[in-house]
Design a protein around this ligand. Structure first.
Ligand SMILES: [Zn+2]
Length: 250
């Protein structure tokens, strides 16, 4: 039973009681509270409201994992891969299916260089969270197929676009044996202009087992490289090891 089921059951009983006693103010409060809690559940992966949203790894070791969303992007991903290779840092790339389809060689390179290539939907629509379970599942299947065709590997993880979820998100992922991945620290690297400020924000949230959310799509290569270089120094300087996401989740 998910937290959503518990909240829905309690709200249903409270609403029924309010209705029975003709207490319409209480009924309004119950309904409003239910929708506020639902909204928080949709927007905040860490609440794990609709299912097993994995937002951190094991905290038994001083390790963190880097994840990059919205690639592969020919304008920035190659430079990032070069930096990660030189620094010997493995990462997880949550890729958009249609971008994999348009640049399969770059997708293959991500895998060849020891990184994870995971599912971040096919089209990355901002309305993905309004899709039916069947439509979302079809997108996930399509993305699995293009990733397999490009790289020869099959993703094990799915990160929903914008991190929004609902009960169908978890049904679709479960049907395909995909684990749903969130994050511990959202860098806001596509919003914050200065790499120093992005790194300072990540630093504030650092903790053993943290999953760090960054982007390698729709971000200038220079900014991405400056951010990642500084982040690696900061994270290592604090005694953290950077491991691949699957290693962090063991
Ligand atoms: Zn995204």
């Amino acid at each position: 039973m998910t937290r959503f089921h518990i909240v829905a059951s309690i709200s249903g009983m409270a609403a029924a009681a309010a209705w029975a006693f003709h207490d319409f103010i209480l009924l309004g409060v119950v309904v409003a509270t239910f929708f506020v809690v639902m909204g928080l559940g949709v927007a905040l992966p860490q609440l794990r409201f609709f299912g097993d949203f994995i937002c951190r790894g094991s905290s038994s070791r001083r390790c963190v994992a880097l994840t990059f969303d919205d690639g592969p992007d020919p304008r920035s991903t190659p430079a990032l891969l070069e930096l990660l290779r030189m620094e010997k840092v493995p990462a997880a790339f949550f890729c958009i299916g249609k971008k994999v389809e348009s640049d399969p060689e770059l997708a293959a390179r991500i895998v060849r260089e020891g990184h994870l290539l995971e599912n971040h939907s096919y089209a990355h629509s901002n309305f993905t969270n309004f899709y039916s379970t069947a439509r979302l599942q079809a997108e996930l299947v399509q993305t699995q197929a293009v990733v397999e065709k490009a790289s020869g590997v099959s993703p094990k993880y799915f990160r929903p676009p914008v991190g929004l979820s609902n009960p169908g998100t978890f049904r679709a992922a479960r049907n395909l044996n995909l684990q749903v991945i969130g994050w511990t620290i959202r860098s806001l690297d596509t919003v914050i202009a200065s790499p120093d400020k992005i790194v300072a924000r990540v630093k504030r949230g650092l903790q053993p087992g943290a999953i760090i959310l960054l982007h390698d799509g729709n971000i200038p290569a220079e900014k991405l490289l400056a951010t990642v270089k500084s982040l690696l120094d900061t994270v290592r300087g604090l005694g953290y090891e950077i491991v691949r996401l699957d290693e962090l989740l063991k």
